[in-house]
Design a protein. Sequence first.
Length: 108
Amino acid sequence: MNLLSILLMAPSADGSEQGGIMSFLPLILVIIVFYFFFIRPQMKKSKEQKQFRAELKKGDAILTIGGINGKIVKMGETTVDISTGDTTIIRVEKSAIVPKDTQLGQQK
């Protein structure tokens, strides 16, 4: 017998003749709910952030996760130099950059 037929034919814990798959149904539903309400949106958000960081270019107005506003003056492999004033240039990691129109601490 294969595993599927064993699960479908196994009696439930209370002795009734329901299949074994019926006892796993609540667990399966919980996993599906977690996927659609927690895992999938987080994956989508991560993908959007990765795409945003890949599309950064010199002259873009940005905001760091620390709240520093600036414009990109130089791009590196993993870092970006931003100008925050007339002569001030700060080097930050690309992972610390969010779009300028983002409100930190609030979800869209």
